[in-house]
Write a protein that binds this ligand. Structure first.
Ligand SMILES: Cc1cc2nc3c(=O)[nH]c(=O)nc-3n(C[C@H](O)[C@H](O)[C@H](O)COP(=O)(O)O)c2cc1C
Length: 428
């Protein structure tokens, strides 16, 4: 686990960035990344793998970084200048861009067969990775399992982006552009920048995430496509801004965010009961979960057999309404600041505004789940934050950086000195 943490990065000036470059086509973008990092006054030490040199030369990387590139664990002259352990200690951040499928696998299994992987194991610096590979390689279960393992250990994954690939395929696997990587780093690394003291410090933030499952019988259920990613990222962002975060999650195949208390539930009723328990001292509630509006009225104790429905071309399920969790929170005696989330397929803002008013919410985050490459199960999202007096749109970006931006905005809107004194005035 890194002991130096990314949010200590107020900015990149005078930070030591160890940039790992591995053997993917996107390595041609690495010199531009070095240039941008140096433009922020960071010191950049490039470490390449043997394959990386097939795509970009050490000469180019050395010229833009102003330092000899390190590429060999067994280079005695380089070791004499700064040994690999010293280099591992020197780094404030290890950024690997592009990161190949091979590197992800090496890191996930803790291999130390090259200088770069050895440094990753020997360093306490946070590791940020920008994968780049063919769509099929990215979607391969092995790669996805490696990503899951790495995330669980606190490794930050940026992208990959969706789009046209060098191999001619279209889909996820493109490395994030150097400018986007820099902007992600700034957002992830400096939640304190410009925010002054963290207004969420010590506040209790309760977030619901993921889908709910409403059982029909012991083997079947009604659910939806929510992956939980956005809610989990918002929980991480709130925690990074100093809040005590409780994440109440329906079935999501995601690791618990570090430093967040995770409560797992299955059904809407269970989620509602857990939310209820947290309300008495809750400061902010954000309902991101895609809660099923209805559940089957009766749950068969045994699997419903096809025999029982034979000769019927149709069967019916009777559904009854589930509790409206967000409306319940907004009406509760200990009403916290209540923020909803709306995943819409049409007239997104119009519908969200209606929900904001009808449910008497303080704000609502809306995204159009039909837009290309955003929303359900994607690592990226675009969203609009609407509150009673205004709205701000956020363009497509990683769910992690979108979450930090939204949480900072919420902090500014509702917890800044100006916001708090305006509320006091309103209350007389
Ligand atoms: C032309 C070419 C392009 C490649 N592009 C990628 C890529 O974009 N991403 C990837 O994961 N592997 C790519 N590979 C495969 C890697 O180079 C290979 O797995 C290598 O062992 C990675 O080594 P490294 O992780 O030590 O750099 C490519 C191979 C070739 C021949």
């Amino acid at each position: 686990m890194p002991s130096k943490i990314l949010r200590d990065f107020v900015n990149l000036e005078s930070k030591n960035v160890l940039l790992g470059v591995t053997g993917g086509i996107a390595a041609y973008k690495s010199p531009e990344l070095v240039r941008l990092l140096r433009g922020e006054k960071a010191s950049v030490q490039v470490v390449t793998t043997a394959s990386a040199k097939q795509f970009v030369t050490n000469t180019t990387l050395q010229s833009v970084s102003g330092r000899p590139v390190r590429d060999n664990l067994w280079d005695s002259s380089a070791e004499a200048a700064m040994g690999h352990i010293e280099l591992a200690r020197w780094a404030d951040l290890i950024l690997i861009a592009p990161a190949t499928a091979n590197l992800l696998s090496d890191l996930a299994t803790g291999r130390a067969g090259s200088l770069l992987t050895t440094l990753c194991l020997a360093s306490e610096a946070p590791i940020v990775i920008a994968p780049a590979m063919n769509r099929v390689m990215w979607e391969h279960l092995a790669t996805q399992e490696n990503i899951k393992k790495l995330k669980k250990r606190g490794t930050i994954i940026l992208g990959p982006d969706d789009g046209e690939q060098a191999c001619g395929e279209i889909g996820p696997g493109r490395m994030r552009e150097p400018e986007a990587i820099l902007s992600d780093l700034k957002i992830l690394g400096s939640p304190k920048t410009g925010a002054g003291p963290q207004k969420l410090e010590g506040k209790k933030v309760v977030i619901t995430a993921g889908p709910t499952r409403e059982p029909i019988d012991p083997v079947r259920y009604i659910s939806n496509h929510s992956s939980g990613k956005q809610g989990y990222e918002l929980a991480t962002a709130a925690k990074d801004l100093g809040a005590n975060v409780i994440l109440i999650s329906g079935p999501a195949n995601l690791p618990a965010p570090i430093g967040v208390k995770l409560i797992n539930v299955i059904t809407a009723q269970e989620m509602c009961a857990e939310v209820e328990k947290q309300l008495h001292d809750c400061d902010v509630f954000i309902g991101v979960a895609a809660v099923a509006d209805y559940r089957p009225s009766t749950v068969s104790p045994k699997k419903i057999k096809k025999d029982a429905t034979r000769n019927k071309s149709e069967i019916s399920l009777t559904l009854e309404e589930n509790p409206d969790i967000i409306a319940y929170v907004a009406k509760s005696a200990h009403r916290p600041l209540t923020i909803g989330f709306a995943a819409e397929t049409d007239s997104a803002e119009e519908n969200a505004l209606k929900k904001l008013k009808e449910k008497k919410l303080d704000a609502i985050i809306v995204n159009d789940v039909t837009a290309n490459g955003v929303g359900f199960d994607s690592d990226e999202n675009a969203a609009t934050l609407i509150w009673t007096e205004g709205k701000t749109h956020y363009e497509k970006q990683s769910k992690a950086s979108l979450s930090i931006t939204i949480m900072r905005k919420i902090e500014k809107l509702f917890f800044s000195e100006t916001a708090l004194s305006a509320t006091k005035q309103k209350m007389g």
